[in-house]
Design a binder for this molecule. Structure first.
Ligand SMILES: Cc1cc2nc3c(=O)[nH]c(=O)nc-3n(C[C@H](O)[C@H](O)[C@H](O)COP(=O)(O)O)c2cc1C
Length: 194
């Protein structure tokens, strides 16, 4: 249940929002995000990496968003209008959450070999903000490679949502938690205001 200023939700009505989920333990929180966006009457399009589907099923997101989930670049391919290009153009904002350590590395090096990185490769970030919400174990977050990739992606124009501090699924406390669902919804609302 969204607990914040409902005005944020009114702004989301009729807005095409792309939510990309990657293979992190915090993927379960995205059910609440997608449900809140759907309740705000946003048009929610969910894309998942193969690894993300090990954590939460596509069926959950299909039911919550009321739309098929994008799992592969090879579905619904239309010669004149491949689906990833159509979706990238249609969306006002893209959120990748949780954004795995591996996805950060792939985006930082310009890879496009799965539905999420391909969709982002096709998104013109001068028109459409792409928010990344990294989420991982504190040691993974502190790796020089992760920090290098975060710095590179920030320089490349991605909007980085700082991970929160606190309890982690690996039973330690530290930096790397996915922000709470309401914070992610607020970040989407703020991004479309710009
Ligand atoms: C139980 C489990 C939990 C994991 N949690 C995370 C996580 O929170 N963050 C992360 O970056 N990787 C995590 N991983 C590793 C990723 O799932 C792995 O790097 C995967 O290749 C990421 O794929 P994707 O980026 O294509 O979704 C976890 C792996 C396992 C087995």
């Amino acid at each position: 249940m969204y607990q914040r200023d409902p005005a944020n939700l009114a702004e989301l009505r009729g807005v095409d929002v792309c939510v990309c989920v990657t293979g992190g333990i915090a993927a379960y929180k995205m059910c609440a995000v997608v449900s809140t966006l759907a309740q705000a009457r946003a048009n929610v399009h969910v894309a998942m990496t193969t690894e993300a589907t090990r954590f939460v099923t596509a069926l959950s997101f299909e039911a919550l968003s009321g739309r098929p989930v994008h799992l592969s670049a090879w579905e619904s391919v239309d010669r004149s209008d491949p689906q990833h290009i159509r979706l990238a153009r249609a969306c006002r904002v893209v959120l990748v959450a949780p954004c795995s350590m591996d996805m950060l590395a792939r985006l930082a090096t310009g890879r496009a070999d799965d539905i999420v990185s391909l969709l982002i490769a096709a998104t013109d970030r001068t028109q459409t903000p792409v928010l990344l919400a990294p989420s991982m174990n504190a040691t993974m977050w502190s790796q020089p490679a992760t920090q290098r990739n975060v710095a590179q992606l920030t320089q490349d124009g991605f909007k980085m949502l700082e991970p929160a501090q606190g309890w982690q699924a690996c039973r330690t406390e530290g930096a790397g938690r996915l922000p709470e669902p309401d914070d992610l919804v607020d970040a989407i609302a703020a991004a479309i205001r710009l």
